[in-house]
Structures are given as structure tokens and as C-alpha cells.
Design a binder for this molecule. Structure first.
Ligand code: NAD
Length: 361
């Protein structure tokens, strides 16, 4: 039986990256039945919505999706389709591996980390009041009554909430991931010395969950210290589990440790549904130029193969991409010593090179 998978090509450079990725996934020999659906700017003209119901229906039915990036216009326009997908499908875990491959231009050689970021809560949830909103005066009364003083009248307000429910399921997810992928240690990251009732709660729940996984080491780090540790000795860390905002920031830091956005894959997962996508955005200025690096999306495809039980094919795809990186010939501009290197190849040529390696395998 072929694996039925939803494909959301996205917009900007998304469709080119998706095409390259689908070609290498097919070259692994695994049988797929792709279901293409459209979301993003181009979907507005055809379907009157950036996120047509058909997209959600398809992902809910197939349970697995691979997605190219989708543009979120700054300022007005529509809210992020990417955030909407995560919310509507309850994809509460964001998984971002950061692994060094020989040949990548990086200051570090010995990095193999996985970031597990909570996707729905925390300051990132967008619970906000604009300066001047009467709600802020009401909150000010509450802080004053609690002996914390009044808020300045010209303040904006963003609310940070972290729940036992949200913390428990993300930490459990991190431990289960560690167990499944034979990782040794989970490090919870927050700042409970300052945010006792949110980050403190996160750590307390993490400790409790850790007790059910005695085979996996557990430790805690304050987020500020963690950023320094990651720069000084990233090899000491394995799986990191974090609330939303710290997870957002540290996953970019970790992508930077291993060669940047061009090679940073990701997945958003819930209890039943998994959506695989690169960390980077739609890089709209390069649309249609066959220029950007498809490896981040290809590595996301590798994660998808493992998720659907095709681990051997995932391993072969990883080795093929790693071989292309190590050779350094058929790589895009971002992986060359300078961005204007004339020997850089295009998106589809990277796919050709990976497919050639897979065939030789
Ligand atoms: P971006 O990641 O699209 O691009 C930033 C820069 O990084 C690019 O100009 C390019 O120089 C480089 N880059 C990105 N991807 C690359 C690749 N595959 N190969 C080589 N170089 C690459 O970030 P941005 O410019 O901030 O965002 C553009 C749009 O994408 C925005 O609308 C943003 O909201 C959206 N976005 C979408 C997602 C998603 O779909 N999950 C994620 C992030 C941003």
C-alpha cells in the first residue's frame, strides 16, 4: 500500500522546494500517493481563502503532510497560515533537529541536538492588549491590589500563560521521542528563578514527567545560561524541551550552529497528525529562480520517512544528502564559501545530485 500523504507546496520558493523534495522522496523507492492541496497567497484567487477547508480536511484524513513555506505579509493582510495550521490541527509539538554534516560551513563539528518546542502557549500565544486598551487599566488594578504596583499608563501588555496540561504533554512528547530515537538525555529549559509561576510550573511538571522515564537522563537549565552553553559546548546536549518563546529563539541559535536555514528541517506534531516543513520561510525574492537550497525541506522529508515507519529509506536519504554536502560540488549558493560563487547550482540540480547518490546506493 502506498503511503497517502498531503502535499502543501506553499508559495514563494515553496513550490520549487517541494518539487525537488518529492523527487528525492520518490527516488528512495518508497511508494507514495500524494494528495496536493493549495494554501497561501495563490490559494486566495482560486478558492477565496489562504487556508481552504480542503487543506485541513486532507491533512485530517491522511494524518501526515509535507509542506513548503507560506508567506505572511507584514502589517495588514492575513494572519499566518502556518500558525493557523498548527492551532487548528492541534500540532502542539515543534520538533527541530540540529545536526552537523561534514562539509557544511560551520564553526562547530560535534552537534547533534533536537529542539522540542511547545507550540501553543507562553508569550507567543498572542494574548495581547495594545497601549490604551481599557483592559490594561483593569489589569493595573489587579497588580496594584496584589501589592505589585500599577502598570505605566503608556504600557502595552502581552500575557504569558503556561499550563500543567500544555507542559505535561510537551515534556512527555520529548521523553517519548528520546526513547524512540535512542537519545540519552532530556534538558528542560526555562527561567524559573524569575518567572516562578509559569516557568517554575514548567520545570515542576517536567520533573514529575521525568520520573516515568528512568531510562533517560533529565536535567534543567536556565535559558540565559543555556544560550551560553550551546555556544561553548553544544556537544553536551541531546534533546532540549522548551516553552514556546525560548524554543523559537534557541531553535534559530541551533540552526546557526550547524550551517543555517538552508539545512534546518522541522516538524509540527500532535497526537495523531504530523506536518513536516523546513524552518525557513518562503524567501520570496528568489521565487521562480531555481536558486534556494532544498536540503532543509529534504531533511524534513527524511523525518517524515522515519515517522511513517520507513526508517531505512530515511537513513538512505540522509546519507545521500550528506554525501552531496560532503562533496560540496552540487550545492546552492548558501553552502558555498561566498554567496556569489559561480559554481553554485540551483534547487533542481541539488535534487538531481541527491537522486544520483540514492541510485548508486
Ligand atoms: P526566509 O526564511 O524566507 O528568508 C530569509 C533569508 O534566508 C532569505 O532571504 C534567504 O537569504 C535565506 N534563505 C531562506 N531559506 C533559504 C533556503 N532554502 N536556501 C537558501 N537561503 C535561504 O525569512 P523571511 O524573509 O523572514 O520570511 C519570508 C516569508 O516567509 C515571510 O512572509 C514569513 O512570514 C514567511 N515564513 C514562513 C514560514 C513557514 O512557512 N513555516 C516560516 C518562516 C517565515
Amino acid at each position: 500500500m502506498p503511503h497517502k500523504i498531503t502535499v502543501i507546496p506553499g508559495d514563494g520558493t515553496g513550490p520549487e522546494l517541494t518539487e525537488a523534495t518529492i523527487r528525492v522522496l520518490e527516488a528512495t523507492g518508497v511508494a507514495f500517493d500524494w494528495e496536493y492541496v493549495e494554501a497561501g497567497i495563490d490559494a486566495i484567487e482560486k478558492f477565496g481563502s489562504v487556508l481552504p477547508d480542503a487543506v485541513l480536511d486532507s491533512v485530517r484524513t491522511n494524518k501526515v503532510a509535507i509542506k513548503g513555506p507560506i508567506t505572511t505579509p507584514r502589517g495588514g493582510g492575513f494572519r499566518s497560515v502556518n500558525v493557523a495550521l498548527r492551532k487548528l490541527l492541534d500540532l502542539y509539538a515543534c520538533l527541530r533537529p540540529a545536526k552537523y554534516y561534514p562539509g557544511v560551513r560551520s564553526r562547530y563539528q560535534d552537534v547533534d541536538l533536537v529542539i522540542v518546542r511547545e507550540n501553543h502557549e507562553d508569550l507567543y500565544a498572542g494574548l495581547e492588549f495594545e497601549k490604551g486598551d481599557p483592559a490594561i487599566a483593569r489589569v493595573s488594578e489587579l497588580t496594584e491590589a496584589a501589592g505589585m504596583g500599577r502598570l505605566r499608563e503608556d504600557s502595552g501588555l502581552s500575557l504569558k500563560t503556561i499550563s500543567v496540561f500544555g507542559s505535561r504533554r510537551i515534556v512527555k512528547f520529548a521523553f517519548e521521542y528520546a526513547r524512540q530515537y535512542k537519545r540519552k538525555k532530556v534538558t528542560a529549559v526555562a527561567k524559573d528563578n524569575i518567572m516562578k509561576y509559569t516557568d517554575g510550573l514548567f520545570f515542576a511538571v517536567a520533573r514529575e514527567v521525568a520520573e516515568s522515564f528512568p531510562d533517560i537522563q533529565y536535567e534543567e537549565r536556565l535559558v540565559d545560561n543555556m544560550t551560553m552553553q550551546l555556544v561553548q559546548k553544544p556537544e553536551l546536549y541531546d534533546v532540549l524541551v522548551l516553552p514556546n518563546l525560548y524554543g523559537d529563539i534557541l531553535s534559530d541559535l541551533c540552526a546557526g550552529l550547524v550551517g543555517g536555514l538552508g539545512v534546518a528541517p522541522g516538524a509540527n506534531l500532535g497526537d495523531e497528525i504530523a506536518l513536516f516543513e523546513p524552518v525557513h520561510g518562503s524567501a520570496p525574492k528568489y521565487t521562480g529562480q531555481n536558486k534556494v537550497n532544498p536540503m532543509a525541506m529534504m531533511f524534513s522529508g527524511m523525518m517524515m520517512l522515519r515517522h511513517i515507519g520507513e526508517a531505512a529509506a530515511g537513513d538512505r536519504l540522509e546519507s545521500a544528502i550528506a554525501a552531496v554536502i560532503a562533496e560540496g560540488k552540487s550545492v546552492t549558493y548558501d553552502m558555498k564559501p561566498t554567496p556569489d560563487d559561480p559554481t553554485a547550482v540551483g534547487t533542481s540540480q541539488v535534487a538531481d545530485a541527491v537522486i544520483e547518490k540514492l541510485r548508486r546506493d
